[in-house]
Design a protein around this ligand. Structure first.
Ligand code: ADP
Length: 465
């Protein structure tokens, strides 16, 4: 069980981030400390070399001023004062030792042939690090010509410095282990803190998958990325919820609108069957049934038209379309209905205006809006259709002096099957404006409505040229 938990933990983002953080932090620290160690060892060596060169120069001057005798005296004095860690030698250019002091510890350190060779090549001095046979420390040794056929050789034990550097390097290695754990703890804290928001989104998603569609992720101003994720997730949920709500409402509406004609058909049939069943009754039943069936067919066809227009599957012709001609023929078509309702149709149109689009869809759009403007008008009212062309856009406005649309209904009138309460007695299926909106969208245009209750409405269609 514990093993399985550990194995699962291995695959978590927190674990990986922690591991990466700890590794990068430890390696970076190791690199920084190594550079520091290298710099310290370089400086130590440079100081030793400076010390050796200074001594060589002193003996060179002494040789010029007092000869070998003076040099020998000084070597003796220095060897006594410096202690066992320094040795001194005077050598001929052939490598024969003239004088050597303090060689107890360094007795096996031979004269370096390569250093003598290099000096013959006119080098001022040679400095080298050599191992002391039989001991575990090194010695830094200088060779320099101080007089004719006299080479000064001095060696400094590096035991103290090596020891001090070894302590330092051991400390660095030892530090790496606690450093790794401290870095892992910081990494775990950071990863956990950074991913807390993601965990909350995941928790909410799990709750939603179990049915709590109303749940939302709390936006707590943690970090911009997590807040953006939470906001995006929440707005996606809002959208899904409103789509689900819309679909539910549409299903209810479809069911309701299909049920009413079907119930009526059934009622008519039942009454005819139960009654005496004269020929007249049967023909009336047939006529009523045809009427209700027509309504059903209209609902189904309009629904399919809307779906197809929205999905763009229907054949959308793009042909030159004289919008003025199209509006005039729609007015001609609706003239008898308008006259019957004593509604006056007024047109304010340019002489000629051609746009490109699908003729039958455009006819559908204009007739739906015109039909509503007449249907929801008052006796003696007017419908004004005007077309303007501005900023490479065509603006079609259908304005009526009818019953108007209550403010609370305005946001819903383009929804499928939505009908304002006052319109229910007037017939209609509540799909005309939904289809109009789908068509306008397919034309890449926009449809807007303004209305004052009991005064009239104005529908504005804006289309690209
Ligand atoms: P309907 O078949 O009911 O006319 P629509 O989708 O065309 O369906 O219109 C939806 C509702 O919007 C109508 O039922 C009506 O209440 C309202 N409406 C549409 N056009 C107008 C208008 N010009 N004046 C007043 N109300 C309107």
């Amino acid at each position: 069980m514990l093993l399985k938990k550990l194995f699962n933990l291995r695959n978590t983002l927190s674990f990986r981030l922690t591991l990466w953080y700890a590794l990068i932090f430890t390696l970076t620290s190791l690199l920084a400390l190594s550079i520091f160690y290298y710099r310290i060892s370089r400086i130590t060596m440079e100081n030793t070399d400076e010390e050796l060169i200074e001594e060589l120069n002193e003996f060179y001057v002494l040789m010029q001023e007092g000869g070998v005798g003076q040099v020998t005296v000084e070597i003796v004095l220095e060897s006594e004062s410096e202690g066992k860690d320094v040795f001194y030698r005077l050598i001929t250019s052939n490598g024969d030792v003239l004088k050597e002091l303090n060689m107890d510890v360094f007795e096996n350190v031979a004269v370096s042939g390569s250093a003598l060779n290099d000096l013959r090549g006119n080098k001022k001095y040679i400095i080298e690090t050599i191992e002391v046979p039989g001991h575990d420390f090194n010695v830094r040794s200088i060779y320099g010509v101080i007089g004719p056929d006299i080479i000064f050789n001095m060696g400094l034990s590096l035991a103290d410095k090596d020891e001090y550097l070894a302590i330092f390097s051991n400390l660095i290695i030892l530090l790496m282990v606690p450093l790794f754990f401290v870095a892992a703890m910081i990494g775990w804290f950071l990863a956990h803190h950074a991913l807390k928001g993601v965990e909350e989104v995941t928790r909410t998603a799990i709750e939603i998958s179990k049915g709590a569609i109303d749940k939302r992720v709390e936006v707590k101003r943690r970090s911009h990325e997590i807040d953006t994720l939470a906001n995006t997730f929440n707005s996606m949920l809002d959208r899904i919820q409103s789509l689900i709500k819309g679909m539910r409402e549409m299903n209810d509406n479809v069911a309701h609108d299909l049920r009413s004609p079907l119930t009526r058909i059934r009622g008519i049939a039942e009454m005819t069957l139960v009654g005496n069943g004269s020929m007249h009754d049967y023909s009336e039943m047939a006529a009523n049934t045809i009427e209700e069936c027509d309504k059903l067919i209209e609902i189904i066809n309009t629904m399919m038209d809307i779906t197809e227009t929205e999905a763009g599957v229907s054949q959308f012709e793009s042909e030159p379309l004289n919008i003025v001609e199209l509006i005039l023929s729609a007015c001609e078509l609706f003239d008898p209905v308008a006259k019957e309702k004593e509604v006056q149709l007024i047109t304010v149109l340019p002489e000629h205006l051609v746009i490109s689009g699908d003729k039958s869809k455009m006819q559908r759009l204009i007739t739906n809006l015109l039909e509503n403007a007449i249907k929801y008008n008052k006796e003696g009212g007017t419908v004004t259709i005007s077309v303007k062309q501005e900023n490479q856009r065509v603006n079609i406005q259908i304005e009526d002096t009818g019953v108007g649309i209550p403010e609370e209904d305005l946001p819903h009138i383009f929804e499928r099957f939505y009908r304002c309460d006052r319109s229910r007695s007037l017939g209609g299926i509540g799909l005309g404006l939904s289809l109009a909106k789908a068509i306008v969208k397919a034309f890449n245009g926009d449809i807007r409505v303004k209305s004052a209750f009991d005064q009239g409405s104005s529908f504005q269609v804006i289309l690209p040229e």
